[in-house]
Design a protein. Structure first.
Length: 119
């Protein structure tokens, strides 16, 4: 499984960024992040069908995960960014364990993309 993430960068607090992750097949997919000195944490996930999405409490109402199944691509739209959102963001996928993604579990991991939010 190949996961290709992109879209990170530097943005001021209050700004927006959109991350993209292209997968080599059909999977439930999600985003995780790891800030300097901290453990990796769940951010958001979406089922392949698009019928269900799950979010960490810290991003609810600010981040939105959507997917384009024609392109096997998932997007993370990040709005109202805060300095504490600064982290390396990782795309991940699972074949059948969507329910465990919010506990940090995934079957496949992509490379990270750095998001830096300045105050």
């Amino acid at each position: 499984v190949q996961l290709q993430a992109s879209g990170g960068g530097l943005v001021q607090a209050g700004g927006s960024l959109r991350l993209s992750c292209a997968a080599s097949g059909r999977y439930d997919m999600g985003w995780f992040r790891q800030a300097p000195g901290k453990d990796r944490e769940f951010v958001a996930a979406i089922k392949w069908s698009g019928g269900r999405a799950d979010y960490a409490d810290s991003v609810k109402g600010r981040f939105f995960i959507v997917r384009d199944n024609a392109e096997n691509t998932v997007y993370l739209q990040m709005n109202s960014l805060k300095p504490e959102d600064t982290a390396v963001y990782y795309c991940a996928a699972t074949s059948s364990n969507f329910a465990t993604m919010n506990r940090g579990q995934a079957d496949y991991w992509g490379q990270g993309t750095l998001v830096t939010v300045s105050s």
